[in-house]
Write a protein that binds this ligand. Structure first.
Ligand code: ATP
Ligand code: MG
Length: 458
């Protein structure tokens, strides 16, 4: 037993209180997965749990106390201890949000899925499993505890939790649980957006997000929680594609290469990348379906969808940028084209190349050789000239105001962009202020001459 857990158990034992390890920790342990957070259940009421926790001299959190949960920070990890839940034992008006139970069995019966319904008594080591959770872990199945439909009616979030666990654990959904999900999916509309988004986010970051997404479609949850994506289903494509837009999207989300740091951004981007297709689909001259400008329309639709999901603005902007750029196809042997591509990606060219590779995974043609060349060219550009890739104008706005003795205005941005592009293309050294000044004067002089000409002509 980990030292922190033993310490916690000793403190509860000294106060003659039960302490059970419950939920995800036992499930993950059976699966041989790393246990991320530890949940405990006890027969002590929240005031008493708080007192026991404080007696240990460790930092205590009480934000969940209204719901019966006290947090203790031990050995650098949060341990959440929750009073048994039940329908019967009301501790009084101080905790109006929950009712407490008397036994661990009563507590487990109120949990969502059998694989979350195991408990281990930390005083004796005895394990209880009243709903066959260990067998379902073995069979890799998500099965509701009790009558599935009743449980989803009680709390429709469980539908999404079940699908999320299927994606995280690569589990199937037991048939009766699956049909109860389908029967109650419309109730997902009654949940707060924050709860829904948090589950979708976890689903997308699971081990088999493609499986999770397809469960959303199969259960009918998709048009309720992501109606913006529903028109992808059945939106047929052309000879370049194996699947309809939905099938292709699911395959892309599943295929995109990720690291723990890039997983969130890349999976969301893959989900959004063809969002514009159903709206722009048209018949081309050769009689095939075309999707002209779907990346631009897709980026716009992504903005409103992610705003509705209450995703952070910075994150949304990054996803929109990658959606907008996903059809870019710079020539790997053209230095300028590669650099401009990288600059447009604003530091995210690796994410974009990963998206392009995953996108290609369910195309009918193999573009791997092109992507290898592109990736190598970008990496070379980065090694050769990192300063140029920042595309910074050697002159600042203040420099320009002084030089031209002119009021600040939109012209500054124009000149800086012009100089930045010259740096990017390798036609101006990153710190060359003298050269920059000469080129800026030339540009402004030309602009003035053009204006004079048009005025004279007009
Ligand atoms: P993870 O922490 O990896 O997301 P978990 O199984 O620990 O997975 P939590 O959301 O932390 O899930 O919930 C802890 C436990 O509380 C679950 O294992 C489950 O038994 C129970 N639980 C959580 N939410 C619900 C719910 N809406 N209905 C019923 N039981 C729930
Ligand atoms: Mg948990």
């Amino acid at each position: 037993m980990p030292a922190a857990r033993a310490q916690l158990a000793a403190a509860f034992r000294a106060h003659q209180r039960q302490l059970w390890l419950v939920g995800g920790a036992l499930r993950d342990q059976l699966l041989g997965r790393q246990v991320v957070d530890e949940d405990y259940a006890t027969d002590g009421l929240p005031d008493e749990v708080e007192a026991i926790a404080r007696s240990m001299g460790a930092p205590v959190t009480t934000i969940g106390k209204r719901f019966g949960t006290i947090g203790v920070l031990l050995g650098g990890r949060h341990h959440e201890v929750t009073t048994f839940r039940g329908d019967s034992y009301d501790a009084g008006p101080r905790w109006p949000d929950v009712t407490f139970g008397r036994t661990i069995e009563e507590d487990l019966a109120r949990r969502d899925f059998t694989v979350n319904g195991l408990a281990e008594d930390l005083h004796t080591g005895r394990r209880i499993d009243p709903f066959g959770g260990a067998a379902d872990v073995e069979a890799r199945l998500i099965r509701a505890i009790g009558r599935a439909e009743t449980r989803f009616l009680e709390d429709p979030l469980r539908i999404l939790r079940g699908i999320r666990f299927a994606s995280q654990l690569d589990f199937g959904v037991e048939p009766a649980t699956l049909s109860a999900m389908a029967a109650t999916a419309t109730l997902l509309a009654t949940l707060s957006q924050e709860r829904v988004t948090s589950e979708l986010d976890k689903l997308l970051q699971g081990t088999t997000p493609g499986h999770g997404l397809d469960l959303l479609r199969v259960t009918g949850a998709l048009p309720v929680v992501l109606p913006e994506l529903a028109s992808m289903v059945g939106c047929d494509q052309n000879r370049f594609h194996f699947y309809d837009v939905w099938g292709h999207t699911v395959a892309t989300v599943q295929a995109i290469a990720v690291t723990p740091e890039t997983r969130r951004l890349r999976r969301w981007t893959a989900l959004m990348h063809d969002l514009g297709k159903p709206a722009v689909r048209h018949v081309k001259a050769n009689g095939e379906w075309g999707f002209y400008r779907h990346e631009t329309v897709g980026a716009e639709l992504t903005e409103s969808l992610l705003a509705r999901l209450k995703m952070g603005r910075q994150e949304s902007l990054r996803i929109q940028l990658l959606v907008r750029r996903h059809m870019d196809r710079p020539a790997p042997d053209d230095r300028r084209s590669v650099r401009r591509f990288m600059a447009k990606c604003e530091g995210h060219w690796e994410d974009l190349v990963a998206l392009k590779r995953a996108d290609n995974a369910s195309h009918t043609y193999d573009d791997a050789a092109y992507h290898d060349l592109l990736e190598a060219a970008c990496r070379r550009a980065e090694e050769e000239d990192a300063a140029a890739l920042r595309a910074e104008s050697p002159l600042t706005g203040d420099d320009l105001v002084r030089m031209f003795d002119r009021e600040p205005g939109p012209w500054i941005r124009r000149v800086k962009q012009y100089l930045g592009n010259l740096v990017l293309d390798g036609d101006l050294a990153p710190g060359d202020r003298v050269g920059a000044e000469r080129l800026a004067r030339k540009m402004m002089g030309e602009e003035q001459r053009t204006r004079a000409r048009t005025t004279a002509a007009g």
